[in-house]
Design a protein around this ligand. Structure first.
Ligand code: CA
Length: 225
């Protein structure tokens, strides 16, 4: 899988060096050169990691990091020349995963990116442009807004979203959410799905990504990207 790496850097030369190294390492780099566009872009594109410069025009890296943490646990590496800020960056308030001090060697950056991706792999975020799932916290966001789901609803959504386009029967979904083979009436799945869809529709009218397949079961809409 080709990982999307967002590089937020206002110095064009640095951005282009980082971008080249990220691409050479087999990942897909995207560059944003100001602070204002980052949060919306992240909500829309759900990158696998952000390399985030601290000093940026528009909005600084700390503020961006805090805002991203409101809806996502995706790995963030702060890039800074201000050594004295490091404790704060990694603390609860800001919530970055790691930091790199300027000046840095691009090789070091790649090593850090890989290390952070390995370390945070358990938090794998399944993403398409609209829906982001944080498996470590049972958190789902649709268009950047948190969905307030029960555990069962989350598991259903997660099972369906992991294989877009695949049709699941009610029995198969039942096994996903009640692996202990508890006997539950068939229509239980229908009522959970109904509630789940209602919650998704309340965030976005087009948010109904779960389709029923007549006589068979349900599937998650196949999306581009
Ligand atoms: Ca800068």
């Amino acid at each position: 899988m080709c990982r999307k790496i967002l590089i937020v850097e206002d110095e064009p030369r640095l951005a282009s060096i980082l971008s080249d190294y990220i691409a050479q390492a087999g990942m897909s780099p995207y560059v944003i050169d100001n602070g204002l566009e980052v949060v919306e872009w992240v909500k829309r594109e759900a990158p696998g990691l952000i390399l985030l410069d601290l000093m940026l025009p528009g909005k600084d890296g700390m503020e961006i990091c805090k805002e991203v943490r409101h809806f996502s646990e995706l790995p963030i590496i702060m890039v800074t020349a201000r050594i004295e800020e490091i404790d704060r960056l990694l603390g609860l308030e800001i919530g970055a995963d790691d930091y790199i001090c300027k000046p840095f060697s691009p090789r070091e950056v790649i090593a850090r990116v890989k290390a952070v991706l390995r370390r945070t792999a358990g938090h794998e975020v399944i993403a398409n442009a609209e829906l982001v799932l944080d498996e470590s916290r049972y958190l789902a966001t649709l268009h950047g807004q948190k969905l307030d789901l029960t555990a069962v609803e989350y598991q259903l959504l997660s099972a369906l979203a992991k294989s877009p386009g695949r049709i699941y029967s009610r029995d198969q979904l039942m096994e996903k959410i009640y692996p202990d083979q508890r006997i539950v009436e068939d229509r239980t799945i229908d009522s959970h799905i109904k509630k789940l869809r209602k919650k998704m529709a309340s965030i976005s009218e087009g948010g109904n990504l779960i389709h029923s397949v007549y006589g068979v079961g349900y599937k998650f809409e196949q999306l581009d990207g």
